[in-house]
Design a protein around this ligand. Structure first.
Ligand SMILES: Nc1ncnc2c1ncn2[C@@H]1O[C@H](COP(=O)(O)OP(=O)(O)OP(=O)(O)O)[C@@H](O)[C@H]1O
Length: 258
């Protein structure tokens, strides 16, 4: 379980200024284990900043972060990763000289058999044969690096996985594959927690709980059925087609000659 208690994060309003801009504003939130949470909300609402605070990339100005009952506020990224928190950046880093296979091995903490590598890459819509020996450098496209990073989180299999806009820069076909991957993780319900920051309806609707962040505050939480209409998502039926109870079909009414 992850508990955020009165988290605040402020930065100087401008360089050298003593005035502060509050990006996360006294935010409290509990994310239970075994839960698929989607954080959404308008651009600049503080979603990525919140993810960075949870991972330890940024330190809060005030407030505490508890993970599985332990106060991790003062721990660095590596310590938090050791405790089971994994984070996929909105814009992942590249590692010149590092091959995809090696990166997956490091993430998993062991030398992975080829079959597992194939599986992790297939889950993000990448063909192992084309990518395993490639370097994670500038020659990979943004969408490829993004998907490789997601594959490393799948390989690490952390207790709490945080994905920051996994859909960003990913083509429609790969996005389909990725959505299926998240759907199957959700269905597996093996005690792990997933937090996805997303603006995508198909990801948002997978959530057990949607958290809407605006101006650094939680403005709504709830199940997709409650929250999605408030976000402007409407159920997609056939226009003008009202669903009715199916009429009973009597076998005797089916013509016997045709
Ligand atoms: N270190 C920083 N210094 C100054 N401003 C910052 C800093 N980090 C974040 N911000 C600002 O805080 C606000 C929240 O940023 P954040 O990236 O968390 O938003 P977001 O909800 O993830 O947005 P998006 O949906 O566009 O990804 C933005 O206005 C951003 O410019």
């Amino acid at each position: 379980m992850l508990e955020l208690k009165n988290l605040t994060f402020e930065v100087p309003l401008s360089e050298g200024s003593s005035e502060k801009k509050r990006i996360i504003d006294d935010l409290s939130l509990t994310i239970p284990s075994d839960r698929f949470t989607v954080i959404t909300g308008p651009n600049g609402g503080g979603k990525s900043t919140l993810a960075k605070l949870i991972m330890g990339v940024e330190q809060p100005t005030a407030g505490r972060i508890l993970f599985e009952g332990e106060d991790i506020t003062d721990l660095g990224i590596t310590e938090r990763a050791r405790r089971g928190i994994g984070y996929g950046f909105q814009q992942p880093a590249r590692f010149k000289g590092m091959k995809v296979k090696k990166l997956l091995d490091i993430a998993a903490g062991k030398k992975l058999p080829m079959l597992s590598c194939n599986e992790y890459l297939a889950k993000v819509g990448l063909c192992s044969a084309s990518y395993l020996t490639r370097e994670v450098d500038k020659n990979l496209s943004g969408g490829e690096v993004k998907r490789i990073e997601i594959a490393t989180i799948l390989a690490r299999d952390p207790q709490l996985a945080i994905y920051d806009e996994p859909e960003a820069g990913i083509d429609l076909w790969s996005f389909d594959r990725l959505t299926e991957t998240f759907r199957s993780i959700h269905e597996a319900r093996d005690g792990r927690s997933i937090v996805i920051i997303s603006h995508q309806e198909r990801i948002i609707q997978l959530a057990d709980e949607i958290v809407v962040l605006r101006d650094g505050r939680v403005v709504e939480t709830g199940a997709p059925d409650d929250i999605m209409p408030k976000l402007g998502f409407v159920s997609k039926g056939i226009p003008g087609c009202q669903l009715t109870e199916p009429t009973e079909l009597h076998l005797t009414e089916i013509p016997t000659t045709c």
